[in-house]
Ligand binder design. Structure first.
Ligand code: ATP
Ligand code: SKM
Ligand code: MG
Length: 168
């Protein structure tokens, strides 16, 4: 049975997709991102799924994408920020090397401001991100087998720390 070398979790802007790609390169492994898997299945961007089908439908597609990727993928897997909201997904993560990318509000706001539209953050990114981060922090912490701080650090530095901290 295959299993990912690392599963990255954390809030929007923590760098799951960026670091995931770098880490996969460093490990000589493949990279997979469940947001991209959902987009492939839905045939449209995540933001369109939220607007046209609703968040609940997105969460269903996401839970299925995570289930499939955990069973099929043997490289680095980045999850969508909210994938850990589903109990079934939290249970499936047990026993995998789960890396929580920690980020403070200031750095997260700066990073998401630079990137593409995020459907949960369209109205007031700073306050929505603050609430979401506070609600989810205990869940990310509980699921993590490795916690890596990302504030003020380059993607390369963060990737180095993960490589050192992963099980051999
Ligand atoms: N350590 C870092 N330092 C500076 N910028 C970063 C860092 N990590 C990521 N970024 C930048 O922040 C933005 C968000 O990163 P990324 O898309 O990887 O986050 P994410 O955790 O995958 O978010 P989401 O949950 O929305 O998918 C990107 O523009 C990326 O280049
Ligand atoms: O944190 C979240 O709930 C989300 C994060 C993104 O990765 C996407 O999965 C989507 O924008 C929702
Ligand atoms: Mg991402």
């Amino acid at each position: 049975m295959t299993s990912p070398r690392a599963v990255l979790i954390g809030p929007p802007g923590s760098g799951k997709s960026t670091i995931g790609r770098l880490l996969a390169g460093r490990l000589g492994a493949g990279f997979r991102d469940t947001d991209e898997d959902v987009e492939a299945v839905a045939g449209k961007p995540v933001s369109d799924v939220f607007v046209e089908d609703g968040e609940e439908r997105f969460r269903e597609l996401e839970a299925e994408a995570v289930r499939r990727a955990l069973a099929e993928h043997d490289g680095v897997l980045s999850l969508g920020g909210g994938a850990i909201l589903r109990e079934a997904t939290r249970e499936l993560l047990a026993g995998h090397p789960v890396v929580y990318l920690q980020v403070g509000l200031a750095d997260a706001v700066q990073r998401v401001g630079l990137a593409q539209a995020r459907p949960l953050l369209v109205l007031n990114p700073r306050s929505q991100l603050k609430r979401l981060m506070e609600e989810r922090r205990p869940v990310y912490e509980r699921l993590a087998s490795l916690i890596v701080a990302t504030d003020g650090r380059t993607p390369e530095e963060i990737t180095d720390e993960i490589v050192k901290g992963l099980p051999a």
